[in-house]
Write a protein that binds this ligand. Sequence first.
Ligand code: OGA
Ligand code: MN
Length: 252
Amino acid sequence: MFLTSKRLCFLCPQLKSSLANIRLGYNAVFVAIRNYKSCLECSIPAAEAVAVKDLNIVEDFITEEEEKCLIKEIEPKWRRLKYQSGHWDNAIQDYRETEISKWSRQSDSIINRIRSVAFKDSDLQKTLVHILDLSADGYIKPHVDSVKFCGGVIAGLSLLSPCIMKFVKEDEPNMWIKALLKQRSLYIMSNSIRYNYSHEVLKNKDSMINGEHITKDRRISIICRSEPSPDMNSENIFQNVVIPLELGDENT
Ligand code: OGA
Ligand code: MN
């Protein structure tokens, strides 16, 4: 869910609460939902329902000033880093990346704002913030973030350029969602869209949504993730996997 709100209020989880409804008024909520849907393209209504539930987008999450401040702080980190073609699993093309743990006071307050909007108090958060710089030709192929390294919530702030993020249900490719991530917007994916859908950032030439081409230029994303749940890293995960009986195998 998404708010065009001039930062009137934060986003969907709050929006869904009756408190936010009272604060915004039902009309504003209705407009926010309509605007949210206009930034989506979904293959079928069931996919749209998943987006409304599990994908939050906050437009204008930061001001132009704040964007400049973040960029100024990030740019020196690339000094000796060239764009690479191919991530370790080849999921990302024409990119460079780093992780930041210590921020200036102003940037720190922005990062904390992301954290307070994206995570619940009970979520364990990664302290390192992932910074990904995609060149104008860069893109991210479909993937699901490894459950070994990342928990149930992924929040990303888009700087310098808009892009289209596409989500495709892993076992049902006809269920897909495209979302327009505007410059300075924040997205938060959780639940089903985080675990059961792949996500990708489309190449500039494929950057189409609702029949419109969105120019994807160089884009920097600031990504905060929750820590993986301890169960995902232990042998126990296999206890939850049901191995089907070999039905019809007459040799057993
Ligand atoms: C990733 C990823 C998305 C983004 O690094 O795994 O999906 O917004 N990044 O850059
Ligand atoms: Mn990812």
